[in-house]
Design a binder for this molecule. Structure first.
Ligand SMILES: [Zn+2]
Length: 86
C-alpha cells in the first residue's frame, strides 16, 4: 500500500459517496481489493458494486415528483417526472 494505484476500473468510494463525498478508490495488487484513502472502506469489485446498489436507494427517486406525503403511517406517493411539468 506504499504506492496507491488506481484499478483497471475507476470506482468511487461508496461509503464516502453516501456522505456526499466524491473520492476515487485505489487498488491494492497484493490483496486484490479496492480501498479508500479517506475512510476504512475496502473490498473486491463485487463488494463495491453491491454497495453502489445501496446508494441507488438514496437517489433512486431523483427523477420522480412527490404528489402526496401521506398521513403518519401511509406511504408517500410519487410519479415519474415528465418534461414541461412543474
Ligand atoms: Zn471512503
Amino acid at each position: 500500500m506504499a504506492q496507491g494505484k488506481k484499478g483497471k476500473l475507476n470506482f468511487r468510494c461508496p461509503q464516502c459517496f453516501m456522505r456526499d463525498i466524491d473520492i476515487d478508490l485505489f487498488y491494492d495488487d497484493k490483496k486484490k481489493e479496492y480501498y479508500c484513502l479517506r475512510c476504512c472502506f475496502h473490498g473486491d469489485e463485487k463488494k463495491v458494486l453491491a454497495w453502489n446498489e445501496t446508494i441507488k436507494e438514496k437517489y433512486g427517486h431523483i427523477l420522480d415528483r412527490l404528489t402526496d406525503l401521506g398521513a403518519d403511517n401511509e406511504p408517500a406517493t410519487y410519479h415519474p417526472y415528465s418534461k414541461g411539468e412543474l
